[in-house]
Design a binder for this molecule. Structure first.
Ligand code: OFO
Length: 201
């Protein structure tokens, strides 16, 4: 059967449209697979952070230091929020969240100083994870993920600073139990701030 001119024109237009749609799909906002895996890993890291600080809260409760325990309880909630921010971001980018086993945390520390030193070291580890995610996002020219991660870059400065300051205070007081009691009272004041809203990519 011969194809008429209008029919030929119509088929050509359909082909062009299909091509444009296919091209749009290739350039959609899907995450690079390796970057997606890295963001998934970060969900686990943040959940582990939450679990680690909950374990520290339990340690401080057992040491009759309720203010220190309160500080750690608030930190636990912050870390769960961080995990959820990654969870939501992966979903917003049409990625697939895949949860994995959370490692068991340490359960005992030698002293409050030992626990807070471990918290500070852990935060340095998290900062390096965030930096490597930023590097990966930039390598993929993924500006949205880079932008999303910048909230965490700033947050890590806070996280390191707050744990470092408590480490320094604990070093200053040494074995002075009265001074330890005062720090405990101060840490009892910590409350969970309103949920932060990172810039939507
Ligand atoms: Fe999520 O910042 Fe601490 O670990």
């Amino acid at each position: 059967m011969r194809t008429t001119k209008p029919a030929l024109l119509l088929s050509l237009m359909i082909a062009v449209l299909q091509g444009a749609i296919a091209c749009g799909q290739e350039n959609d906002s899907r995450l690079d697979k390796e970057l997606e895996a890295g963001l998934n890993k970060q969900i686990n890291e943040e959940m582990f952070s939450s679990y680690l600080y909950l374990s520290m809260a339990a340690y401080f409760e057992s040491a009759n230091l309720p203010g220190f325990a309160n500080w750690m309880r608030v930190q636990t909630q912050e870390e769960t929020r961080h995990a959820m921010m990654f969870f939501d971001y992966v979903n917003r980018r049409n990625g697939r969240v895949l949860l994995t086993e959370i490692e068991a945390p340490q359960v005992k520390w030698k002293s409050p100083l030992d626990a807070f030193t471990a918290a500070y070291e852990h935060e340095k580890h998290i900062s390096s994870r965030i930096r490597s995610l930023v590097k990966h996002a930039r390598g993929q020219s993924d500006d949205s993920t880079d932008n999303f991660l910048q909230w965490f870059v700033a947050e890590q400065v806070e996280e390191e600073d707050s744990t470092y300051k408590i480490v320094q205070q604990l070093k200053l007081v040494g074995d002075d139990r009265a001074a330890l009691f005062l720090i405990d009272r101060e840490l009892a004041m910590r409350v969970l701030p309103p949920n932060p809203a990172p810039a939507a990519p």
